[in-house]
Design a protein around this ligand. Structure first.
Ligand SMILES: Cc1cc2nc3c(=O)[nH]c(=O)nc-3n(C[C@H](O)[C@H](O)[C@H](O)COP(=O)(O)OP(=O)(O)OC[C@H]3O[C@@H](n4cnc5c(N)ncnc54)[C@H](O)[C@@H]3O)c2cc1C
Length: 495
């Protein structure tokens, strides 16, 4: 008789998939419920006329042999299933000048030292601090998070901007050093230094795109889950969690189906979780605190299909800023939107001469598309399509000024708005990375995996940290409540 404990996982994004793999490897029975017909959440890709587009995962770091993600992906047996394209640098275009941010510690310092020869000490200190902070973190040591208490308060309670201001006197350098801020939707007085440190360190150790797109990662995880006897149920919209005597006993999905569980892991946005759980399940004060955490901004995205053999493949990502400050892109007017954009190409082959497709991401607040918020995918009407067209043409014309011939090289383009992200991932208001970390209110914006319901745990980008690195580590942290985590970490660290 099968006496394995049954874990139900709500949400089939990176978090749900990784939680499932870790638990299956450790003797649990797992069923994962995903509301969409496609698995992956932000790892989803789509194809139009033979061209493939990544929607929410474009590049990541910490995947060189021996690094955190390499070890985790090896542990869940998918490391050989994904092929990577190495990116040597990002370009930050600021005040009409392009700076290369190399994705390697020494190269990063050497290159910036040439651009800012009078600020070499500041550059070195910045990099040292990034390594100091990340090295004292459980993320980079793959230990259980209590180690995070070693993180000094100054790194948690000071914003990236304010922290850098203490030792970087050259304003241009200060801006360039934070040029990757769209990767964490950084806000000037809000985003804690540690967040920038973790992320930048991760990319400084080597950056990669996934050849063939982020869905290959999701598919590899699904195959692994199935090979270990796990169940992945698509088109399964969880609409109610049953709680009895302070225990979660099962869920309803698609209104008329029920699955029982010994444990439940929710990887969806906490605000969505509250909607599908009895109002008495959580303390009012807890719900109020979480509901009051603002979400990171959303985006307007243009997916570009290029004419054949017209656009040289860009083996780098291009961050463009308007104005004298890279900060504040979320505060724009109709006239001066967008204040920044991120332009990237999709990786199709190991050796690539020309780009087939690309993507441009611009910040956009949900309020801009609020008038269509009552509509659903594919049924938003003519005015919405016209609105998106106007925005897309504006951005394309801007990029054409930076990349000669850009406009003429486009065969087709497709667009998505905050509504698209909201409806495809359940992310609150289409937020890019979920809840905002706020250095001024660190405790209030920190959410742990444990809940008042003893067998209901949380995971995913809203809980630990967003992105490939944050969500992967977060899955381990959540699973540490159910498995012998020391043994798991021993095995992972052997990889
Ligand atoms: C535009 C964009 C670009 C990004 N680029 C990068 C990048 O280059 N590098 C990087 O590291 N990170 C990037 N990120 C962040 C990264 O993709 C996410 O942080 C991460 O993938 C989130 O994983 P998750 O599993 O927590 O959430 P999600 O991927 O949002 O998954 C949640 C899943 O839950 C499902 N769900 C919701 N409600 C229910 C329900 N009631 N029942 C069943 N299922 C439900 C959703 O359909 C979804 O599949 C990007 C994000 C965006 C939006």
């Amino acid at each position: 008789m099968d006496n394995k404990k049954h874990v139900l996982i709500i949400g089939g994004g990176l978090s749900g998939l990784l939680n499932a793999c870790i638990l299956l490897k450790n003797g649990f029975k797992v069923s994962l419920l995903e509301k969409h017909f496609q698995i992956g959440g932000c790892l989803q890709t789509f194809t139009r006329k033979g061209k493939r587009f990544d929607t929410g995962m474009h590049y990541f770091g910490s995947i060189n042999k021996g690094e955190v993600l390499y070890k985790i992906f090896k542990y869940v047996d998918i490391i050989d299933e994904i092929n990577l394209f190495k990116i040597d640098y990002d370009i930050i275009n600021y005040k009409n000048r392009s700076y290369k941010l190399m994705c390697d510690r020494d190269a990063f310092i050497n290159k910036l030292a040439k651009d800012f020869p009078n600020d070499i000490d500041s550059i070195n200190k910045y990099v040292d601090k990034i390594y100091e902070v990340s090295s004292s973190s459980s993320m980079f040591n793959l230990t259980i998070p209590k180690e995070d208490s070693y993180l000094k308060e100054e790194f948690i309670e000071t914003s990236v901007y304010n922290y850098l201001s203490t030792f970087v006197k050259n304003n241009d350098l200060k801006n360039v050093l934070c040029g990757l801020l769209p990767l964490y939707a950084g806000e000037k007085e809000i985003t804690p230094f540690y967040l920038n440190a973790y992320l930048h360190r991760s990319y400084l150790d080597g950056s990669y795109r996934i050849i063939g797109g982020s869905a290959t990662l999701a598919n590899a995880l699904v195959n692994e889950i199935k090979s270990m006897g796990g169940q992945v149920i698509l088109n399964a919209n969880v609409n109610h969690i049953h709680i009895k005597d302070k225990f979660a006993i099962g869920v309803d999905y698609n209104s008329n189906q029920y699955l029982s569980a010994d444990y439940i892991i929710s990887t969806i946005h906490p605000k969505r979780l509250f909607e599908i759980t009895d109002s008495s399940a959580f303390r009012k004060i807890y719900k109020t605190r979480l509901k009051n955490i603002p979400d990171t901004i959303s985006s307007f995205t243009i997916y570009l299909s290029f004419k054949s053999n017209r656009v040289d493949y860009m083996p780098y990502n291009y961050y463009h800023y308007y104005g004298d400050e890279i900060w504040g892109g979320e505060n724009y007017t109709k006239e001066n939107w967008p204040r920044n954009f991120l332009y990237m190409h999709m990786s199709d082959y190991k050796e690539q001469r020309y780009a087939n497709s690309g993507v441009v991401i611009c910040y956009m607040n949900f309020e801009d598309v609020k008038e269509w918020s009552g509509t659903s995918i594919g049924r938003r009407g003519k005015s919405y399509e016209e609105y998106k067209k106007e925005k897309a043409e504006k951005v394309i014309n801007l990029i054409d000024k930076e990349f000669a011939g850009f406009k003429d090289s486009i065969e087709d383009y497709y667009t998505s708005s905050p509504l698209t992200y909201r409806d495809y991932t359940g992310s609150e208001n289409g937020s890019l990375y979920g809840m905002h970390r706020d250095c001024r209110r660190n405790l209030e914006t920190t959410i742990t995996p444990q809940t008042k319901i003893k067998n209901l745990y949380l995971s995913g980008q809203n809980i630990s940290m967003h992105g490939m690195l944050g969500v992967s580590i977060g899955a381990l942290i959540t699973c540490s409540n159910l498995v012998e985590i020391d043994d798991v970490l021993d095995q992972i660290n052997k990889e």
